[in-house]
Design a protein around this ligand. Structure first.
Ligand code: ADP
Ligand code: SF4
Length: 692
C-alpha cells in the first residue's frame, strides 16, 4: 500500500553536521544486554533495526577506558584496536541498509564500579560510590582531567576507524561529564567547579576535542539530561539545564536530550508515564539551537510523531522501546501498514534484561534478542513443513502468539478459547491501575489473525479431552494458563499455614471474578512482581485501608529490574498503604493473621478481615493430564503430539508466555538442530589474549 501522505514529513532526510540521516526515525542509544561479550548478537540486532527502516541506529553505552567498567553488565568498549574490529560488524550491519551508525561514548565516573578492571573510580570531587559498595570515587586532579580528555579523543578516533557516522559525548544518566555539570556532585573550587560556566567547562572541552578529532567526517552528538529531577539544587529544565543548552547551543551537531536516568526516569514504564511524557521538560531545547534535536517518549502512533515534528518539539522521532517492540515500525508506516505496528506496552521487561545482565527480551516482540542466537526475524518465518492441522487451546498471550506464528508459517490452525473474549490473563491484568496498555499484546495478535484464511477461532469453547480428540488435529497445543494458589505457598513459604478456619481468603482470580474484600484487608505478597502492589493500589484508590505484608525488603521487589520499584513504593506510600516488610505468613485465624520476621522469627499479629494471597501460581493442566492419560485414544484420534506451553507449563511473565508461543511455532516439525540457541565464545587458544 502507498504511504499516507500525512506521514511524508517523517521520511524527510535530515542533515546532522557532516552526515545526513535518510529519514527522521532515530533509534537512540539503548542497552541490549549484548555488549562486548556478544558482538555478533549485537550486530544482528542493530542491523535488523536498520532493515526495519530506522534512519539512525545507535549502540548502547561504550566505555572509553578501563576506568569506566560496568561489569557484570553488558557495555561496549573502545579501549584498543581489538575493540575496533569487534564493533566494525555492527557498523556494517547498520550501514548495509542505508542508515547512519551512532555510538555512545561513555565514562561512568563514580557510577562505574570497575569490578573487572579494579581501577579506582573517578569523580569531580571526593565522592561515595553510587552502588553502596565499599570504597569511594577519587577526586580528579588536573592531570586526570587531561588524561580523561585524551582517552575520550582516542576513543572517538577509534569510533571513526570502526566506521561510525555519529559519535556521542554523553552527559546524561549521572555519568562523569554530568557529574562535573551538577552542583550536587561537583564541589571543586578550581576552574572546573563553582559557577555553571566552570562546571560546564569539561563538557565544552570534550565537544571541542571530539569535533576537532573526527568532526570532518563524523557528526558529534551531545546527549544531555536537561533535568536531573532532584529539585532546585540540581540541574533543572527551568534553571541550569536551560542555561547549559544556551551556552553550548551551536557546538554539537545534534542534541539528544532527556531526563536524568537515575531511578528509571528516562524510561518510565506506562504505569508511571504517558506517551511523550518528557515533552514538558525538553520542549525548550529547539528554541535555543539551530541544530537538530532528538528525544524519546515511547512514541507508537504516527500521528503523534508528526505532531512532534510539526509542533517543533524535536526534529527526529527518537525511540528505544518502540524500536524494540517493532523494529519495522518505520517500514510499516512507509508502506501504509501502520495498523500492523506492534505497539510497545511500556512494561519495561526490556529494561529488566539489562538490569539482570542478560540479552534483551521484549513482551510484545518475542524475536528481540534472538536475531543471531536463534536466527529469528520479526517479519519473516520459515514455511510449514507439512499440511498438518494444529489445535491451540487457550487464547492468552501464549496461545495467541502460537496461533499467529503457526498461521504465518502456513499451518491450518484452530484456536479454541473457553471465554467469550480473547486475551486470557491480559483481560484481567490490563484492568489494574496503569496497566491498560497491556491489552495491546492481545489486540496486535487478534487483529492480525482476523483476516487469515487458515485460522479458525472458536470462542466460548471450553474443550475437554474428548472434544480435543474429536477435532482431530495432528498437533495439539495446550495453552490453558494458570491460577493463583490458595494455600499460601510462595517464594518464602514452602510449608503453608493451615487456612482451614481462616476468615475470608481470596486470590487475585477471585478479585477479578468480582469478589470484594470485607473488613481490614491484608494483601500478602510472596510473588514480588506487579500483582500485589497493583491490587493494593486499586483498593487504596477505592478508599479502603490496606496493609501489605511481604517477606521482601521493599514493595514489589522484582520491579527493581523494570525500573519501577521506586515509583511503586512512592505511589503506594502516598496513597497511605500500611506496610509490614520482611515478614512471612505463619498462621491464619478468623479475624487475624500471624506473621514471622524472616530474620529473627519474632511474631506479630495483625487484624485481618480478608487475606488476599498473591503468592505462587499453579498450571491449569487438567486437560493436558486427561489427554496424556489415554495415549491409545490419542493415537486413534490421529494426534501426533500434545504440548503444554506458557503458564500451563510453567507460570511466568507475559513476556515468557509470548516467547513460548512463538518458539513452539518456530520449532514445530523442525529438526532438533534448530532448537539449540547459538552462543558466542572466546576461543580458548586466542593468541591475541595471551600476554607474553
Ligand atoms: P498464558 O499466559 O500461558 O497465555 P493465560 O492464563 O493468559 O495463559 O490464558 C489461558 C487461556 O486459556 C484463558 O483465556 C482460558 O480461558 C483458556 N482456557 C483454559 N482452559 C481451556 C480449555 N479447556 N478450553 C479452552 N480454553 C481454555
Ligand atoms: Fe515495550 Fe515492554 Fe517490549 Fe520494552 S519489553 S519494548 S516496554 S513492550
Amino acid at each position: 500500500m502507498p504511504r499516507n501522505p500525512r506521514y511524508d514529513i517523517l521520511f524527510e532526510p535530515v542533515r546532522i553536521g557532516p552526515v545526513t540521516a535518510p529519514n527522521r526515525f532515530y533509534q537512540t542509544p539503548h542497552a541490549t544486554g549484548m555488549g562486548l561479550a556478544r558482538p555478533k548478537a549485537g550486530a544482528a540486532l542493530r542491523g535488523l533495526k536498520a532493515e526495519g527502516g530506522w534512519g539512525v541506529v545507535c549502540t548502547e553505552y561504550c566505555s572509553i577506558h578501563p576506568s569506566s567498567d560496568d561489569s557484570p553488565y553488558a557495555y561496549l568498549s573502545l579501549w584498543d584496536e581489538e575493540d575496533v574490529k569487534a564493533l566494525a560488524p555492527t557498523v556494517e550491519a547498520i550501514q548495509a541498509h542505508g542508515a547512519l551508525a551512532g555510538i555512545e561514548l561513555w565514562h561512568g565516573g563514580s557510577h562505574s564500579p570497575n569490578r573487572l578492571t579494579r581501577e579506582p573510580m573517578l569523580s569531580p570531587s571526593e565522592h561515595s560510590a553510587v552502588f553502596w559498595q565499599p570504597g569511594q570515587a577519587r577526586a580528579m586532579d588536573k592531570a586526570d582531567i587531561a588524561a580523561f580528555r585524551d582517552w575520550h579523543r582516542a576513543a572517538a578516533l577509534r569510533a571513526r576507524r570502526a566506521g561510525f557516522d555519529i559519535v556521542y559525548v554523553y552527559a546524561g544518566h549521572d555519568y562523569l561529564p554530568f557529574q562535573f555539570l551538577s552542583p550536587l556532585t561537583n564541589q571543586r573550587s578550581d576552574e572546573y567547579g563553582g559557577p555553571l560556566e566552570n562546571r560546564a567547562r569539561l563538557l565544552r572541552e570534550l565537544l571541542e576535542d571530539t569535533k576537532e578529532a573526527i568532526g570532518d567526517r563524523c557528526a558529534v552528538a551531545l546527549r544531555l539530561a536537561v533535568d536531573e529531577l532532584k529539585g532546585p539544587k540540581g540541574i533543572t529544565s527551568e534553571g541550569e539545564g536551560r542555561e547549559v543548552v544556551a551556552m553550548l547551543a551551536e557546538l554539537p551537531d545534534l542534541w539528544d536530550v532527556n531526563l536524568a536516568g537515575g531511578n528509571g526516569n528516562d524510561s518510565r514504564s506506562a504505569r508511571f508515564s504517558a506517551e511523550g511524557y518528557e515533552e514538558d521538560s525538553i520542549a525548550f531545547v529547539k528554541s535555543l539551537t539551530s541544530k537538530p534535536v532528538v528525544s524519546v517518549g515511547r512514541f507508537t502512533s504516527p500521528d503523534t510523531m508528526v505532531g512532534q515534528i510539526k509542533r517543533g518539539i524535536q526534529d527526529f522521532i527518537g525511540a528505544a522501546r518502540p524500536s524494540i517492540a517493532d523494529p519495522f515500525l518505520p517500514r510499516k508506516i512507509d508502506e501504509g501498514r501502520e495498523d500492523e505496528i506492534r505497539e510497545c506496552i511500556g512494561c519495561n521487561i526490556c529494561r529488566s534484561a539489562n538490569n539482570e545482565g542478560t540479552p534483551l527480551r521484549c513482551t510484545q516482540n518475542p524475536t528481540m534478542g534472538e536475531e543471531w542466537r536463534r536466527g529469528w526475524h520479526p517479519e519473516r518465518i520459515q514455511p510449514a513443513r507439512s499440511e498438518a492441522r494444529v489445535l491451540v487451546v487457550g487464547a492468552g498471550p501464549a496461545g495467541l502468539e502460537a496461533t499467529l506464528a503457526l498461521a504465518r508459517r502456513g499451518y491450518r490452525v484452530t484456536l479454541a478459547e473457553a471465554g467469550r473474549a480473547l486475551g486470557g490473563r491480559l483481560l484481567r491484568d490490563s484492568t489494574l491501575p496503569g496497566l491498560g496498555t497491556w491489552i495491546r499484546v492481545r489486540d496486535y495478535r487478534a487483529q492480525r489473525l482476523e483476516p487469515m484464511a487458515n485460522v479458525e477461532v472458536y470462542r466460548e469453547s471450553a474443550l475437554g479431552a474428548e472434544d480435543v480428540r474429536e477435532l482431530g488435529a495432528e498437533h495439539v497445543v495446550i495453552a490453558s494458563g494458570s491460577r493463583w494458589r490458595r494455600d499460601g505457598v510462595g517464594g518464602h513459604v514452602e510449608t503453608p499455614p493451615g487456612l482451614n478456619g481462616a476468615g475470608r481468603v481470596l486470590t487475585p482470580d477471585d478479585i477479578f471474578a468480582g469478589q470484594a474484600p470485607e473488613g481490614p484487608l491484608v494483601v500478602y505478597d510472596d510473588d514480588h512482581y506487579y500483582m500485589a502492589g497493583a491490587l493494593a493500589e486499586r483498593f487504596l484508590l477505592e478508599g479502603r485501608e490496606v496493609t501489605l505484608v511481604t517477606p521482601g525488603t521493599m514493595l514489589s521487589t522484582w520491579t527493581q529490574m523494570t525500573d519501577e520499584q521506586a515509583f511503586i513504593q512512592a505511589r503506594l506510600m502516598e496513597l497511605g498503604l500500611e506496610t509490614v516488610l520482611t515478614h512471612r505468613l505463619s498462621a491464619v485465624g478468623g479475624q487475624s493473621i500471624t506473621v514471622d520476621c524472616i530474620y529473627t522469627g519474632r511474631q506479630k499479629t495483625l487484624a485481618c478481615g480478608t487475606l488476599l494471597l498473591v503468592t505462587g501460581r499453579l498450571p491449569e493442566r487438567a486437560l493436558y493430564d486427561a489427554l496424556m492419560a489415554e495415549p491409545e485414544a490419542l493415537k486413534e484420534a490421529g494426534i501426533a503430539s500434545v504440548t503444554r506451553i506458557g503458564d500451563c507449563l510453567v507460570p511466568s511473565s507475559v513476556a515468557d508466555a509470548v516467547h513460548a508461543g512463538h518458539r513452539y511455532a518456530r520449532e514445530l516439525e523442525e529438526p532438533d538442530s534448530v532448537k539449540m540457541p547459538r552462543r558466542e565464545r572466546t576461543t580458548v587458544l586466542d593468541p591475541e589474549g595471551v600476554r607474553p
